[in-house]
Design a protein around this ligand. Sequence first.
Ligand SMILES: [Zn+2]
Length: 251
Amino acid sequence: MTFALLVVAAVLVPAGPHAQWKTRWSYEGPTGAEHWSELDPDYAACNAGKEQSPIDIQNAEKAELPALRFEYKSGPLKYLINNGYTIRVNYHDAPESGNFLIVGDQRYQLTQFHFHRPSEEYIHGKPYDMVVHLMHQASDGKVAAVAVLLKAGGANATIQQLWEHMPKTEGKEQEIAGVEVNPAGLLPRDTSYYTYMGSLTAPPCSEGVTWFVLKTPMDISAEEISAFAKLYPHDVRPPQPLNGRVVKQSQ
Ligand SMILES: [Zn+2]
């Protein structure tokens, strides 16, 4: 009886910070990107999907596209997490109090943002030093991801704030008392962009994600890059085949 109870408890209560993923994966080695589909049937799209991210943006068609409108504001720094794959800020705001991205008549709410080193996106065959992915969801469940490329230069005050509080080891999300962060500090003034249909870049690699890769990179200092690199030197999925997809760019 005791044994049976323990087994049930182990199934119902996933232990540790990886609770978000029921099957552990990694960026390199036997559980690395080329094996994600073999690890869990829920990850099938990772290697069988035809519209996967990231990509190398080589040719982009100029098009009449709506401007991105960011309605981001300052708010308490909750919830910061080192999830074993990256540093991430989660938002659990109610729909009336969140941060928003408006594109044409679609309105998406910011759900989380996180970092990769180097950038997962390639532009004309080359990655940038880092990238921040700002993930949004509309009320109908549609996902819009914004990638802001980061290149070595001056320090970024918003990133500096996050790094001062980032947990050095993997763990649960933390509420940081008395710190206000505005995700607008991660955005360049010019928000012209490349756009294409892709996926989440980590398992389960779900497709149907509208990507907006901003053309203008933001600065991040060498010190800020190396502080992240001490925790996550290479948290990137390689570029995925385009399979005939068209990348568009705003004028
Ligand atoms: Zn990402």
